[in-house]
Ligand binder design. Structure first.
Ligand code: GTP
Ligand code: MG
Length: 209
């Protein structure tokens, strides 16, 4: 097992940022994680089955934290597993492919799942992936920006990325990690970790847009 697939690789008693990927099949969810965690990319497509988590240590403001990213499967038959996992994460990477109109339209469906399954408002970022395939682009940058701006009341941050070249991948995911850290780690919420996190989440119940 790769070190980064093994939860024991992580230091105990550290704040944990737990992200999940959501989006249609083949938009590049697994590739985003591969690029972010191992700086790896492959042109081969091997669809994800069920769920798969990977780990990374990261420093924010001199504090070492653990980042866990759970990769979900976009294929139709696994989508309910992905949707049911939403409540376990504290940050969401919502992904579409800029060369696929369907994947962009289905972001609405995934947003609906987030609204239905999440009891609290969680940091989310919208990613339009496959930026290197400019000649095949069917979704403009402005369409992505517009969707992100209108998401919930306050909007969410939006990035276009390429897992192939690496463009913007670290920036996008680091932004989400920082948003989760800022939202949940302050005020020593991490003391006793999940207990306090759950308390805070309970206080926010019903706030998800
Ligand atoms: P599921 O596991 O089925 O939900 O798919 P996924 O969203 O995890 O997609 P995956 O990361 O497996 O990528 C699907 C295909 O797109 C693969 O062939 C990747 O090589 C390719 N791909 C992913 N990201 C990019 C990108 O930024 N640019 C290009 N050109 N291809 C990409
Ligand atoms: Mg995958």
């Amino acid at each position: 097992m790769s070190k980064k697939l093994d939860p024991k690789y992580l230091k105990k008693n550290k704040f944990e940022v737990h992200l999940i990927t959501l989006g249609d099949s083949a938009v590049g969810k697994t590739s985003l994680i591969g690029r972010y965690i191992d700086n790896y990319f492959s042109n081969n497509y091997i669809g994800t089955f069920g769920l798969d988590s990977q780990f990374k240590k990261k420093k924010i403001n001199d504090e070492e934290i653990n980042v866990k990213i759970t990769d979900t499967a976009g294929q139709e038959r696994y989508q309910s597993i992905a949707a049911n996992y939403i409540k376990k994460a504290n940050g969401i990477l919502l992904v579409y492919d800029i060369t696929s109109k369907d994947s962009f339209e289905n972001v609405n469906k995934w947003a609906g799942e987030i609204k239905e399954k999440s009891e609290v408002s969680k940091p989310i970022i919208l990613i339009g992936n496959k930026l290197d395939l400019e000649d095949k682009r069917v979704i403009t940058k402005e369409q992505g920006q517009e969707f992100a701006k209108k998401y919930c009341d306050g909007g969410i941050n939006f990035y276009e990325t390429s897992c192939k070249t690496g463009e913007n991948v670290n920036e996008a995911i680091d932004d989400l990690v920082t948003q989760v850290y800022d939202k949940y780690s302050k005020n020593n919420l991490n003391e006793g970790n999940n207990i306090n996190l759950n308390e805070k989440q309970n206080r926010e119940r019903g706030k998800c847009c």
